[in-house]
Structures are given as C-alpha cells and as structure tokens.
Design a protein around this ligand. Structure first.
Ligand code: ADP
Ligand code: MG
Ligand code: ZN
Length: 452
C-alpha cells in the first residue's frame, strides 16, 4: 500500500511535474483508482484537476486507458498537455486524416502498443470497427480503465445531454467486463448523479470522491436591471472595482490587473456591451459565433495574453478556458440554468484571489429565456418522451435560477443546496449576507414595480 502510494507520488513529480496533489480528494481518488478494484465516481468543480485523477493511474498501470470525451477541442487540449509531458496519447475522431488514423490503429493492433491514453468521441464507440478493436484489446488484456469524462452528458436531466452518451452503458456492459469504469463530472445535482450511475452501470461498492461546490473567494451579488438608473454605468463601476480601480492608466499593461468576462445572450448584445465599455475607457472586445473563426480565435488569444481586459461573450466562450486571474464574471442577461450559471460564474478566481460575480436580472429577460426554452426543447420531435424530459428538466433548472434571483437567501447556500452539498460558511461573500436589508428592499421595490 505505502509502496504503491510512494510510486504514485514519484510519478506525480517526475512525470506530471506537480509538487503535490491539489487536494486530499484528488489524492484519494488517484490512490483508489490505481488499485484498480472498483468503479469510481469523481465530482469536482471545474479546475480542480479531474484529468489527473485518471491520467496518473493510467500512466502507472501502463496498458491502455480508454477515455470518452464529448468535444474534439477538449481532447486536443489534453493531448497537447500529455505530449508536452512526453506521455504517449492519441485520439480517434472524425477529424483525423486517413494517414494519422492508420498509424494510430497500427499501434493499437500490435502486441505491445505504445499508446497509454486513447481519447475517443462517444459516437465513434458505437461503430462496428471500434467494437472489434475493443475486442482485440480485451483479448490482449491490456485495457486498464474505461474513463467517461464530462459524465453528466449521459443524463437527460443534465444541462448538457448528448444522446451518443447513452450508448456507453451498453458498450461497457457488453465489451468491457471487469474493466473498472471511472466517471468524472463537475458538480452535478443528486438527480444527475443517480442517472450517471444507472446509465453507465457503475458497480457497487462504488467509490465516490466529491469536492463541494463552494468557492469562498467568489463574491456573488444580483442586480435588478429594471431598478437601475443606468445599468451600463453599474456594469462599468463593477468592472472597475473588480479590476481594482486602475482604469486611469491609459496604456497600461492590463494583464497585471487581471481581466473579466461579460456574458450576453445575443451577438448584438456582446457587440453593444463591448463598444460601450471600450468607449468608457475599459478596453473590451466581443466574442461570438457571428465572427469569422480567425478573428474569434484572435480575440480569445489576445484576451488570454492580457492585451485587453474584458471579453464580452456568448456562452460559446469558456469551455476549457483555464485562465487563473479572471477577476469578475458578469451576466448581462440571464443564463438558462442554475448549473450553467454556476459553471460560467465559476470561471472567476481560479487563482484563489478575491473575485466578483454579478448577475443582472430583469423581468423582460426572464420572459425571453422562458420562451426560448419552450422553443428549443421542442426539437427532439422524433422521441416524444425524451422531448418531454428535456423540456421539464430545462424548465426546472431555469426556475431554480429565477428563484435564486428572487430570494434573500445566501447565494452560496442556494448554490450548495442545488448541488446537494452541505451549507457552507459564506463569510459575507454575497449581497444577501453582507447587506440583507438592501437586498430585501430591492426585491420589494422590484415586485412593486411589476404589479403597479
Ligand atoms: P478539471 O477537469 O477538473 O476542470 P483539469 O484536469 O483540466 O481540471 O485541471 C485544471 C488545472 O489544474 C490544469 O492546469 C492542471 O494541470 C492543474 N493541476 C491538476 N492537478 C494538479 C496538481 N496536483 N498540482 C498542480 N496543478 C494541478
Ligand atoms: Mg476536465
Ligand atoms: Zn452569503
């Protein structure tokens, strides 16, 4: 036991170049997974280091670890990172050239493949060719782990359901008997967790490793947009405060003050907010699907490099963006779900320093989003039952968010409650705890405004 834990620590520092585990939970998960005796469920907020939980055991076990991941872009980030560490990792996906594919397959089909981590998309797993490849790997007894990253995609109750994920359970039951399954996700509701366990057929006794959702360095507050005299002015002063009041230095290197994200629902909204902030001395750029790919990529790179501080983006921005010094995340319009809001606002303060999350609520917005949810979820027209479940879950999640906004309860408590965590000690890190009187008055004014 001790020997093998020492070995893991050794690999941590020599191969992965980390001085220590990021948390006791990360260490525990890695030790348990490395024993290879049971299925493991890992739930940690974004940025907590879930990848290492399977990458380190995969390296220690040799053989091949199969990793299912929903997006090619996410896989590419992982591959680049692993390659920079000198770890043999490959990915099979639809974007691969024929030559590359052939090369990867020939390695996998030989007696002792060099590949340690093999990333695949869920739709690929369902192909006959991949099934026979799996059989040959099983025959050679070199498949060590079956990893399902972003496992919440399997749940129809999740905010990010992918129908292809539904095939993973059957695949595992048929082809991967005895191979431990590792499911990883950012914080999920109790309902989604149950779904994941069922769908993937995770076996008891299931080892669970969970880090709660509470982020003590994030200050949460909510503004009623319709009560603000000038919402733009409010956003501007919020941004300045979060960036520690440094707007006066005109040609300053912005990167040392950190940066911010403003989320808007529409492309026009992004352009508008970016223009407005820029005109008022806060350099900002828009990021959305209406921009040419090369321009969009450039905006992202420049923001990452700190060339300008504020990016005004639709929610297409942020998946896999791991920037430590994001000092604020503002939602200029309402997000579609509580889970989405937690994830997006959670991009602030990855470095652990004080950061601010502000949500602008308006009645008009609430109606618009409710309408969109109604429209969007009528898409699964072929599968009536699925369509119903999706609609109900989208509505529930949005309702939870609305309730969160129209309540005087501690914001951190509300989030914890939503994810089934224990109540954290907020420490006045939200408006409801810090200035309950004014939050209450605002809500009253808001409601009066609505009914007169
Ligand atoms: P998640 O999947 O939970 O969002 P990642 O696996 O992408 O998180 O890791 C987030 C960041 O944390 C990465 O930059 C990773 O290199 C870093 N990281 C992971 N484990 C450690 C550790 N033990 N020490 C330092 N950094 C770590
Ligand atoms: Mg991850
Ligand atoms: Zn609070």
């Amino acid at each position: 036991e001790n020997d093998s834990n020492n070995k893991l620590r050794h690999i941590l520092s020599t191969v992965f170049k980390h001085k220590d585990f990021k948390s006791d939970i990360q260490r525990g998960a890695i030790e348990t997974i490395s024993r290879g005796k049971q299925d493991v469920f890992v739930s940690m907020p974004t940025g907590a280091g879930k990848s290492l939980c399977y990458q380190l055991p995969a390296f220690a076990a040799r053989g091949i670890t199969l990793v299912v991941s929903p997006l090619i872009a996410l896989m590419q980030d992982q591959l680049d990172h692993l390659h920079s560490l000198g770890i043999p990792a490959e990915s099979l996906n639809s974007k691969l050239s024929a030559t590359d594919r052939k090369q990867i397959l020939s390695d996998l089909e030989c007696d002792k493949p060099k590949t340690i981590l093999l990333y695949v998309t869920p739709e690929l797993i369902a192909t006959d060719h991949f099934k026979s490849l799996t059989e040959s790997l099983m025959k050679k007894k070199i498949l060590k782990y079956f990893v399902v990253d972003e496992a919440h995609c399997v749940s129809q109750w999740g905010h990010d359901f992918r129908p292809d994920y539904l095939k993973l359970g059957a695949y595992r039951r048929k082809y991967l008997k005895q191979v431990p399954c590792i499911a990883l996700t950012a914080t999920a509701t109790a309902h989604v967790v149950t779904d994941i366990v069922q769908q993937l057929g995770l076996k008891q006794p299931l080892a669970k490793f969970k880090i709660g959702s509470f982020r003590p360095n994030l200050y949460y507050d909510i503004k009623m947009k319709e009560l603000l005299q000038d919402p733009y002015e409010d956003l501007k002063s919020f941004a300045i405060k979060a960036l520690s009041g440094v707007v006066e230095d005109k040609d300053d290197n912005w990167s040392k003050h950190g940066c911010g994200i403003v989320y808007c629902r529409t492309r026009d909204g992004c352009d508008e907010v970016a223009n407005h902030l820029s005109r008022n001395g806060l350099p900002s750029k828009a990021y959305h699907a209406g921009l040419k790919t090369n321009i969009r990529d450039q905006v992202q790179v420049e923001w990452m490099e700190g060339k300008f501080p504020i990016i005004c983006a639709t929610i297409s921005f942020g998946m896999g963006v791991d920037k430590p010094n994001v000092r604020f995340v503002a939602h200029w319009t309402l997000p579609k779900s509580m889970a989405g809001y937690y994830q997006e606002s959670g991009r602030a303060g990855r470095d652990g320093n004080p950061s601010y999350c502000r949500l602008y609520y308006s009645r008009q917005d609430r109606d618009t989003v409710a309408f969109f949810i109604q429209q969007e979820t009528s898409r699964h027209t072929r599968d009536k039952k699925l369509a119903e479940v999706r609609k109900k879950s989208a509505q529930d999640s949005f309702e939870a968010l609305v309730k969160f906004c129209l309540d005087v309860k501690c914001r951190h408590w509300c989030i914890a409650e939503y994810f089934g965590d224990q109540k954290p000690d907020c420490g006045s890190q939200c408006d409801a705890c810090k200035e309950p009187k004014s939050v209450e008055k605002n809500l009253l004014d808001f409601q009066k405004g609505l009914f007169t």
